[in-house]
Design a protein around this ligand. Structure first.
Ligand code: GLY
Length: 333
């Protein structure tokens, strides 16, 4: 299976391939950036830079360490940076590839479901700062994304469920038939990954730089989810778990505002819970730090919160200037 995504700077070629063919697809000039868990999963003779696994590696500190290590290898403009890992490694390595020598070729080899269906395409790369997630970065679409679904066989069950949060999100925001496929639970995972990538490819091709509001719909659940991650210091919940709680809360918010069809929030909750994802967290009642964290979300303007809210299952739109009282009511409901 193959797919292409046309962006302003390139065409990202996405290939599904067996892991046995991966080594021959990576040029010898490649420098692999990976983490200390993933590096054990797949061996190759390529040069490697290994960072500690976890969100803490998506920082300006790690960025400068990786850049220094790569520069000390004596690279040139033909060097290819390969991200081998999940979203953290992809975002970090992509930001390095976007900036080192003012930009070199970038390949993504996502090893988690989350990275396969979301972060490996669309070009959003960058790092977190103490002020919030992804506040420093660039658009650097990968030149190639190589998907080996065998990596998922080595993924802990919790990580696989974590990735399913983003999979369900695609169904909620724009693909009602996909929801039926997910509920039936019969489709092979590679088919589901392909469907998600196809959805994201269409969104990225139409609104790569998030100007029309279409790409912002991919952020359903993320305003609340990112705030949860921030107040918890990126511990306790995995990204998809926080987003799942966020989707349940934002579906409630949409109903409270009269934007989301009645009954949708209950169905979102049922679907996410059936996938084994969390849909509530006691800390939502302590809403003040969460709302403060939401103000650093990139969708917020002039201190006013913005959310991607469902109108119904299978449709979503960006809603600006949402008042704090409604957000508080949705969090504490
Ligand atoms: N993960 C959301 C986006 O790529 O826009």
């Amino acid at each position: 299976m193959t797919m292409q995504v046309r962006t302003h700077s390139n065409v990202t070629h996405i290939d599904f391939l067996p892991i046995a063919e991966l080594q021959e697809r990576l040029p010898s000039k490649a420098v692999i950036v990976t983490d200390d868990i993933v590096t054990e999963l797949w061996e190759s003779p390529h040069r490697r830079i290994v960072v500690p696994a976890g969100e803490a590696s998506k920082s300006l500190h790690s960025y400068s360490q990786v850049v220094e290590q790569i520069l000390s290898l004596g690279i040139d403009r033909n060097t290819i940076i390969v991200a081998l890992g999940g979203g953290v490694v992809g975002d970090l390595a992509g930001f390095v590839a976007a900036t080192i020598l003012r930009g070199v070729t970038f390949l993504q080899v996502p090893t988690t479901l989350l990275a396969m269906v979301d972060s490996s395409i669309g070009g959003k790369v960058g790092v977190d700062t103490p002020q919030g997630k992804n506040l420093v970065g660039a658009f650097k679409p990968a030149d190639q994304v190589l998907i080996c679904s065998e990596f998922l066989d080595q993924l802990p069950a919790r990580q696989l469920t974590n990735g399913m949060a983003e999979v369900w999100k695609y169904g909620f925001i724009g693909d009602a038939p996909e929801l039926n496929k997910l509920r039936a639970g019969q489709a092979p995972l590679t088919e589901i990954i392909f469907d998600c990538l196809d959805h994201k490819a269409r969104v990225v091709e139409e609104d790569e730089f998030e100007t029309s509001g279409l790409r912002a719909t991919l952020n359903f659940g993320h305003t609340v989810g990112h705030a949860i991650e921030k107040v918890l210091g990126y511990e306790t919940f995995l990204h998809g778990e926080a987003i799942s709680i966020g989707m349940a809360a934002e579906a409630r918010l949409g109903e409270l505002l009269g934007i989301t069809e009645a009954g949708t929030a209950e169905q979102v909750k049922i679907d996410l819970a059936s996938a084994g994802l969390p849909v509530d967290w006691d800390g939502l009642r302590d809403f003040e730090p969460l709302i403060a964290a939401m103000r650093s979300d990139k969708k917020a303007t002039g201190g006013k919160l913005a959310f991607s809210l469902l109108t119904r299952l299978g449709d979503c739109k960006l809603v600006r200037d949402v008042d704090d009282e409604s957000v508080q009511a949705a969090l504490t409901a």
